[in-house]
Design a protein around this ligand. Structure first.
Ligand code: XIL
Length: 364
């Protein structure tokens, strides 16, 4: 019996040692400035080494996919919380917080939400009723466990023009532009204690910086509550400039908003139209980054974190979109089968030069 006990103890010790990370924790290192987060899902939970990386470096998580409208209400009125709950419970049991993502979006939303039994488009009132049911059920389910929400994601148009909003989104087509105000009113009612965010990409530059500010004004004018802006921050090594990102942080702060960096990654590739054909250069770093690119990535991350630290009175959170390079969505978006290296940890989960560069920002 004693032998078995010793054996079990040795095995347990071995597994703890095998997964113990050597480098200092990002979350602890930046704790006086902002909360560090990671976008994770059940795949990360299943891999003990990846989950260990999450627990070591993050103090908050965002559920990458399992809380979006499609997985959560795939069939009318049938809510499936099981997958998202696994991640939420594992994170909370380990003392991490959870940011909710996302209640309303034009993507990853089931087709049935916009049509009736005859497959005809529903009308405005029916659409608002469906949004209300979705928002109140999901926020109600997570009340007290999810402290902040991306209430609505990516409603702004990208191209310069007269129209601020993305006009080909089904909710826009059915309800009209004020669906944004409506969902913020619904969210505030569903969980009065949760912090409510608008989340989007390209907010670092115009036209979306000003468009986001006008959106906030509209929500406020309608009596809605909006606590902050989520700057997704899907960035490249060279663009956008630090000055542009800083101008947006300042503009949002001046409007009385909290700022979260919600989905940070830095692609080593140039931006391409989604669905573009795979080119040889897309797999150019298949065997790893060149020394030169690894250094440019490290410098970019250092510049970004120096900026975030300078504005840590308004930036409360910095969340990375995913855990390590092998798990990044940029390996399949915007180009399928691309090989990207956008995070601080490589495919072996080891810290890259960009990790040290980020940590050294506080020594300056
Ligand atoms: C991405 C996920 O990472 C992918 O796994 C999924 O296939 C598509 O969505 N902006 C967002 C996130 O708000 O929800 C997206 O996440 C990345 C862009």
């Amino acid at each position: 019996m004693q032998c078995v006990r010793i054996l079990v103890a040795v095995l347990l010790m071995g597994s703890v040692l095998a997964t113990e990370r050597q480098e200092p924790s990002l979350a602890q290192h930046f704790a006086d400035h902002f909360t560090i987060g990671m976008g994770v899902d059940v795949a990360d939970l299943r891999d003990p080494a990846v989950w260990d990386l999450v627990l070591h470096h993050a103090a908050i998580i965002t559920v990458e996919n399992s809380m979006k409208p499609s997985p959560i209400q795939r069939e009318p009125g049938q809510f499936s919380f099981a997958r998202a709950n696994r991640v939420v419970d594992a994170a909370r049991n380990a003392g991490l917080k959870v940011h909710g993502h996302t209640l309303v979006w034009h993507r990853q939303t089931p087709d049935w939400m916009h049509v009736d039994a005859q497959d005809e488009r529903i009308d405005r009132d029916q659409a608002l009723e469906r949004l209300h049911r979705h928002i109140s059920t999901v926020m109600g389910h997570y009340r007290g466990r999810v402290e902040s929400w991306d209430v609505i994601n990516e409603v702004l148009a990208d191209a310069p023009g007269d129209e601020d909003m993305r006009t080909d989104a089904p909710w826009y087509e059915i309800i009209g532009p004020d669906y944004v105000e409506q969902v913020f009113l619904m969210a505030a009612e569903a969980d009065p204690d949760a912090l409510l965010f608008y989340n989007d990409y390209n907010l670092e530059t115009e036209p979306k910086r000003s468009r986001a500010l006008r959106l906030v004004e509209r929500v406020r004018a309608a009596g809605g509550r909006i606590d902050g802006i989520g700057i997704q921050a899907h960035l490249q090594i060279d663009t956008p400039s630090i000055e542009d990102i800083e101008a947006s942080i300042r503009a949002f702060a001046d409007a009385g908003l909290k700022v979260y960096i919600t989905e940070l990654d830095v692609s080593v590739h140039p931006w391409r139209q989604p669905g573009s054909e795979l080119l040889p250069e897309d797999r150019g770093y298949e065997d790893g980054l060149s020394e030169e690119t690894a250094q440019r990535l490290a410098q970019r991350y250092a510049d970004l974190f120096a900026l975030f630290v300078r504005h840590s009175d308004v930036i409360e959170r910095v969340t990375f979109w995913n855990t390590h390079d092998g798990r990044s969505w940029l390996n399949y978006f915007p180009v399928q089968d691309r090989v990207d290296h956008p995070l601080l940890f490589d495919r072996q989960l080891q810290p890259k030069p960009a990790f040290s560069a980020v940590m050294e920002v506080l020594d300056r």
